[in-house]
Design a protein around this ligand. Structure first.
Ligand SMILES: NC(=O)c1ccc[n+]([C@@H]2O[C@H](COP(=O)([O-])OP(=O)(O)OC[C@H]3O[C@@H](n4cnc5c(N)ncnc54)[C@H](O)[C@@H]3O)[C@@H](O)[C@H]2O)c1
Length: 338
């Protein structure tokens, strides 16, 4: 795949190689996890993917099943897991992550990021492996305007009881577990705070949750493009290869031990701008309609990425327009296959 080769040249150019490493990826059959598994295998690592297919798909990893260095373990990481194999790196990504799932599966989400994080940490501890935890920009909640772009040092403005708390607070607790294991057992840990990421293999049925698949699906099928609020609220959109590049650098670079790092595109985009851009790129006739804002929806979201630049020599490379073109092409294929 061309994009995996592009990623390899970026990562090898930065001196990052996983050849010969034994890596466990929880949530490896999901959107981000499957890109990570595919890249690691292509780079000569052996990969064990642990997934219960709560929100992931077998089709995301079916093309990896023939690879003798790939192993799939179907398991809910909220429950303890004993594996005889040893690992060099454990990457804990398992968690439902779409806002529409916050309503339907709040307890599962809390469990995957609290008990699930403990179980991933225990596997890493037994192996004396490094652990990377996939956290989120949502730990910042709705930041005060002077904290946008948001640096890692911002402690957040988050509701412990609101409808998003099952996700935001679960991730905050997950981070606290990671730091507790680091302090108590001296483990090598890293926390990545991921900002909105989009690209091929996002669930094409995720049209109630994440804004990019919703707008693309609506534009391609001629339905109204549904903007919440006035559309003046902002998000930062990171193309998947940029995100995976940053995550893998953070997992690899020795100097990043113990660090918490934002990985996201620092271009802030208004939601209405995104709707208009998708409408133009798809050549859609859909009208743009406006609907009430969901509760606790953050007004602005943009990362301060100076730490990632300094520590990992990372910055996003794929423009929003180019990333959307690639994503739209993938959705078009999906829709025509249906
Ligand atoms: N994509 C984004 O924009 C984004 C932003 C911030 C944080 N993240 C984080 O990155 C990680 C991956 O997100 P994604 O976008 O790939 O989501 P996804 O839903 O596509 O992938 C999550 C994967 O975890 C699996 N999973 C869920 N609960 C599990 C459990 N209890 N045991 C085993 N497997 C389980 C799912 O089946 C799925 O394969 C998540 O932790 C998410 O919170 C993603």
């Amino acid at each position: 795949m061309r994009e995996i080769e592009e990623l390899r040249s970026r990562l090898h150019g930065a001196g990052v190689s996983f050849s010969g490493m034994r890596v466990l990826v929880t949530g490896g059959a999901g959107f981000l996890g499957s890109w990570i598994c595919e890249y690691l295998l292509s780079d000569g690592a052996s990969v064990t993917c642990v997934d219960n297919f709560a929100s992931g798909l077998k089709s995301n990893v079916s093309h990896l099943m023939q690879n003798e260095n790939f192993r799939l373990v179907e398991h809910d990481i909220s429950k303890p897991l004993e594996l005889s194999q040893r690992f060099d790196l454990v990457m804990h990504l398992a968690s439902r992550a779409s806002p529409f799932e916050f309503e339907k599966y709040p307890i599962e989400i809390l469990m995957a990021n609290t008990m699930g994080t403990v179980h991933a940490l225990e596997i890493a501890r037994r192996s004396e492996a490094r652990l990377l935890y996939a956290s989120t920009s949502e730990v910042y909640g709705d930041p005060a305007p002077e904290f946008v772009p948001t640096p890692e040092s911002y402690n957040g403005n988050v509701s412990t009881t609101g409808p998003r708390s099952c996700y935001d607070e679960a991730k905050r607790a997950g981070e606290a577990f990671v730091m507790a294991y680091r302090r108590q057992y001296g483990m090598d840990t890293r926390i990545v705070r991921i900002f909105n990421t989009y690209g091929p293999r996002m669930r094409s049925d995720d049209i109630y949750g994440r804004v990019v698949p919703r707008f693309i699906e609506q534009a391609l099928t001629g339905k109204p493009i549904t903007v919440f609020g006035t559309g003046e609220q902002t998000r930062s959109f990171t193309y998947v290869t940029d995100e995976v590049d940053g995550i893998l650098r953070l997992a690899y670079v020795d100097e990043a031990e113990g660090e918490v790092v934002n990985i996201g595109n620092n271009r802030e985009t208004r939601i209405i701008e995104l709707a208009e851009l998708i409408k133009r790129l798809t050549g859609s006739e859909s009208e743009i309609t406006f609907h009430p804002l969901p509760k606790d929806d953050p007004k602005r979201r943009a990362p301060d990425i100076s730490k990632a630049r300094r520590l990992l020599n990372w910055k996003p490379e794929v423009s929003l327009e180019e990333g959307l073109r690639r994503t739209i092409a993938w959705f078009e294929q999906r829709l025509s296959a249906k």
